[in-house]
Design a binder for this molecule. Sequence first.
Ligand code: ADP
Ligand code: MG
Length: 303
Amino acid sequence: AVPTAVMVATGRGANYGILIKGGEALQRLENIDTIVLDKTGTITAGRPVVTDFVLATRDSDAARIQSTGLAEDHVLRVTAALERASEHPLAEAVVQYATGRGLNLPRAQEFESFPGLGVVGVVDGGTVLIGNPALMKKHGVTVEAMNEIAERMSEEGKTPLWIAIENKLAAVLAVADTIKPSSIEAVRRMRADGLRVVMLTGDNERTAHAIARRVGVDKVIAGVLPAGKVDAVKRLQAEHRVVAMVGDGVNDAPALAQADVGLTMASGADIAMEAGDVTLMRSDLTGVAAAVILSRGTMRVIR
Ligand code: ADP
Ligand code: MG
């Protein structure tokens, strides 16, 4: 009777676009009490666009660049040139924005990527930094002049990217990603089913909280470096939580493997799908609560 019930359940799951890799994963789903959700690409669509671009003005050097009149295009051009060498979704948004404004992008040299922080390289003979305040701090760039603007962007749920040229703050741009409409209903369902919902992201606290408020999660863990996602899952497990992790990215794979059950978006990276126990074919979160309910029902039949 056991294999039959499991076969029926996995078949029913498949009808709803929930691919469960075997009976063991189905059984482990029953006891899940905490759902950890990656933000970018899981809660949000993962297709960010540039919404704001603000030049630094208080810094005297930036002001001098600006006085040429071509300042904005200049800063945007070198920024996008550097981001063209990056594979991050944020980088793609910046490149799209610049090419959409008709800018030709030179080739960047000495490109270096710092996961969870940003990118560094040389464009037109000048060193360019793009990333978060931690990256700026690492290179001795002061960000205070633009803090207020960046905070306002974050409050709106946008991610501010800081840009420095020759170690001087040059601009801040904001990138916004849309919340998948299905995410809000899916999180409500999970919570109604007694699950605790946690958002896990490398993005900054303020932006993460602005998005979390709209989605209605119980807890936010933000500013996590890619390697820190697996530690965050381990910490929840140490609190005797039985954890399901939902993610889509290459960065999520270790955390998906560490979780009691890993669920991945079919639209995500192959390595994430390999690390997961369940694939959500519809690439939205509505399948998560359904998978848990399916498991609970199946295990009740078996006993
Ligand atoms: P997420 O968890 O949302 O996938 P990441 O860990 O990939 O986030 O990135 C965290 C932060 O690092 C970003 O919000 C951004 O501030 C910075 N960052 C990472 N890659 C880049 C890049 N190519 N350009 C600018 N900033 C970047
Ligand atoms: Mg992601």
